[in-house]
Design a protein around this ligand. Sequence first.
Ligand code: PLP
Length: 449
Amino acid sequence: MANGTYKNILEERNAQMIEQMRDKQEVGWSNPAYLPFDFVNGVCELVVSDADIEDAKKRLERFAPFIMKEFPETRETGGLIESPLVEIDKMQEGLKKEYTCEIPGRLFLKKDSHLAIAGSVKARGGIYEVLKHAEDLALKNGMLKEQDSYEVFADEKMKEFLSGYTVQVGSTGNLGMSIGIMSAALGFHVIVHMSADAKQWKKDLLRSKGVEVIEYEQDYSRAVEEGRKNSDADPKSYFVDDEKSVNLFLGYAVAAGRLKKQFEEQGVVVDEEHPLIVYIPAGVGGAPGGVSYGLKRLYGDLVHCFFVEPVECPSVMLGIATQKFEHANVRDYGMTGKTEADGLACASPSSFVTRIMTNLLSGGFTVNDSKLYDFLRLLYKTEEEQIEPSSCATFIGPVRLLEEEETKAYCKKHALTEKILKNATQIVWATGGRLVPDEIRKEYLEKYL
Ligand SMILES: *Cc1c(COP(=O)(O)O)cnc(C)c1O
């Protein structure tokens, strides 16, 4: 009986992809579990509804006056942490030439690489979760009433109150930066547990902001495990759990509605004749999962979401493909989990995201580390823009979409014909980079040459 189960059918269809992954080849994968949005909407809604996302959006708006006061860099956006959407036609031409490929439609860069405060996509989820926790504590302890202006969070009295509480997180770098910086600004005692992959400059920057950084010689899962244990032992400590947090996910999901507004402002149409294709680098899956989920809720079948991961660390794709979810570990499939893309170095994926995205993710790509730097240089050369290596993984998406057997077949199956694709909007999601120090930027431009 075992042979006919859904799981076995999936396993069979994914076998070839997993073999290629074992061989450390770059893969293009179309998710065999992908379903039309209407099929999954009902169940998804029970887990994370539009109202939940709206609630998160409103919470961020309530905190805007505090954020604006504490971080003047957000004044321009009225205390909202949002990034520009820019067309990168010169990069598009550059990619087409360099990789002799077709990239139909218009190619845009969503610059979460330049988000205020944390300089990465983590400024969405990470900061949201810390704000929510601060709000919960303040409400519960009579320090805040819902109708108060949230500027009160800038008051010394509030900071003193929050200094009695601890926030902890395990991170490969950027999550720690967003949680660390915002928690410190709110007055929390904050401890960031950093995996071996974390770059030195990120640890230095955090320490300079008064954040306690604990370093591990092991990988991300271990940093999370230790952080969780440490936090559980202290009743006044709160652990931001990247491997299963719904609050992080909600913070990321708010991006979708904001993007829709940018489309309207910039005259970008999304409809049956003008599909939307989005590529986002995945680590544990939270950021790409939340953003994609938000987009699916708004655009349904009109949006096609692809995750991108390093050749040595495709944990989210494996978690979904094998339906082993958080139990999938890249090392069980012959990969090392080691990559220059520090933000993507998670050997096992999020339990929550791999489940909720199982039927919503269109597919994914893996990319070699050396290519990250080629993309980094090409972007710099064509658009005078520099983002961090993890972030550059995203460019493999538009380059390979019509070159890989599986994703080409996906396009065919979903009426993404040549004619329709000409009208497509393709978005490469840049997930980090603004805070990279100058001397490291220079190093990146020369790496793997
Ligand atoms: C964290 C991160 C990602 C991926 O986010 P996950 O939630 O771990 O999947 C991608 N790029 C950068 C630069 C990151 O810091």
